[in-house]
Design a protein around this ligand. Structure first.
Ligand SMILES: Cc1cc2nc3c(=O)[nH]c(=O)nc-3n(C[C@H](O)[C@H](O)[C@H](O)COP(=O)(O)OP(=O)(O)OC[C@H]3O[C@@H](n4cnc5c(N)ncnc54)[C@H](O)[C@@H]3O)c2cc1C
Length: 422
């Protein structure tokens, strides 16, 4: 009998796997009633909203070749126009390369810090990384506040292994230059990006799913390591030789009852953020040219806001904005929806200078797992757990499967380049 492989999930990592492995000795299962996982775009009243801001800024040739060429995808390319806001003041992005927008008293402090920079580069945690790269003033007054809003923890609690490719390193000449002149931002990892003309971010991948056979509404509810079976929707048992799984690592706490206690305990210490996504169509009363922005104020719940019709098909056609606001909470926090709803709506109204009557529609949705939080101590445990699963023929792929932040191209390629390790 041929080997029986079960593939769990249908997000981009599994799409990558299926694109490469055009065999017929496997079956694919996803708990959702749609395929695409976190890369899916939700149609709300005819407008597409992603699960948090999603753009493709990939520079990876393998990904670009497979996904974007020959797939008949209609997308636009944009030069990124991004801003920060603090105390209602618009500031350049990233802040450390746009110091000219700050008050003179702030600039003086940053300038003095840069002059007397302590060259010691001890980066035991993210806080130390921030201070050694951007200085204490920017760390305390900007990055630390934002970290608490977005990652829902103190930067001192976080590792630095996720920073590369996401945050620009210290560049003293550019920093000093930006005290006086506008920075060109050309060195940012997402200084340019692609976005489909139609269908939201998922429009980049939709065509690739067309010839794939995926069983939807099929939730894996238990895995039995001894019998080597999975239980689907609590009633259908399927044997497996190998599982290629993008199921979030933390979910194995409950999926595998026979899991060692210490693994269960380690998994219970892994934390993640959840996204509360607020989606609006509002009347255009002021003109906004940027695509997305970040809010550094402690009292504003929203971390990030995208003006979606500034980069999709609706641009300039009408007198409205399609807006998404993102609020994050940690999985061990209690979510007070009444407070967050109120805070977010007030912010929307103040920011866009509108009234309640200018909101054409609003829809909130919840993304239970947004980002695995790279807390100190997780890395070693994560690797041990992946190793344990591998020994039991469970091969983890993708962002949540590997419990490590990956951009969409990295998730796709993680599945595409997957090789069994026996
Ligand atoms: C808020 C946010 C913003 C992002 N922005 C960007 C961006 O701008 N650019 C970019 O390139 N990338 C971005 N990403 C990253 C990108 O979304 C991911 O890399 C990619 O979608 C992950 O794909 P995946 O296959 O690893 O995981 P997933 O998409 O999560 O796939 C896992 C699948 O497993 C299924 N599943 C889970 N449990 C079970 C079960 N028990 N039984 C059956 N099925 C199950 C789920 O339904 C899901 O379909 C962002 C991510 C987030 C969270």
């Amino acid at each position: 009998m041929s080997t029986k492989n079960l593939i769990l999930g249908s997000g981009l990592s599994v799409l990558g796997f299926l694109e490469k492995n055009k065999l017929n000795n496997f079956e694919v299962f996803d708990k959702n009633d749609y395929f695409g996982g976190h890369a899916y775009s939700h149609n709300i009243n005819g407008y597409f909203f992603d699960e948090g801001a999603h753009i493709s800024h990939s520079k990876n040739n393998q990904f670009l070749e497979i996904v974007l060429k020959n797939n008949d995808i209609n997308f636009n390319q944009f030069k990124s126009l991004i801003f920060n806001f603090k105390n209602s003041k618009q500031l350049g992005y990233p802040i450390q390369l746009n110091l000219k927008d700050l008050a003179i008293s702030e600039k003086t402090k940053i300038f003095m810090e840069a002059l007397f920079h302590n060259k010691k580069n001890i980066n035991k945690n993210y806080y130390e990384w921030l201070v050694s790269n951007y200085g204490e003033y920017l760390t305390e007054n900007y990055y630390k506040i934002y970290t608490k809003k977005y990652w829902r923890c103190d930067p001192e609690e976080m590792d630095v292994n996720w920073v590369s490719g996401r945050l620009a390193k210290r560049n003293i000449s550019k920093t000093l230059y930006s005290l006086f002149l506008k920075s060109d931002n050309n060195n940012l990892s997402y200084n340019k990006f692609r976005y489909p003309v139609k269908g939201g971010f998922f429009g980049l991948f939709h065509n690739l799913y067309k010839n794939k056979s995926i069983n939807l509404n099929s939730k894996i509810t238990k895995i039995n390591l001894k019998k080597k079976t999975v239980l689907i929707n609590n009633n259908l048992e399927k044997p497996f030789d190998n599982l290629i799984s993008s199921i979030p690592l933390v979910d194995y706490q409950t999926l595998i009852p026979e899991l060692d206690d210490d693994i269960k305990f380690n998994l219970s210490e892994f934390k993640y953020t959840s996204l509360i996504s607020y989606n609006f169509k509002i009347k255009k009363k002021i003109t906004i040219n940027f695509q997305w922005c970040y809010f550094y104020d402690r009292d504003i719940d929203v971390s990030r806001m995208s003006i979606i019709n500034n980069f999709n098909q609706e641009k300039n056609e009408d007198d409205f904005y399609i807006v998404q606001m993102e609020v994050f909470r940690r999985n061990d926090e209690k979510i007070n929806y009444d407070e967050i709803d109120k805070n977010t709506k007030n912010h929307l109204i103040n920011f866009f200078k509108i009234t309640h009557n200018d909101i054409y529609f609003e829809k909130r949705f919840f993304v239970e797992k947004a980002y695995p939080i790279p807390l100190i101590g997780v890395e070693d445990k994560r690797l041990k757990i992946l190793d344990y699963l591998k020994k039991n023929k469970i091969f983890q792929i993708g962002l949540y499967g590997k419990w490590k932040y990956m951009w969409s191209d990295q998730s796709f390629l993680d599945g595409y380049n997957f090789e069994y390790e026996n």
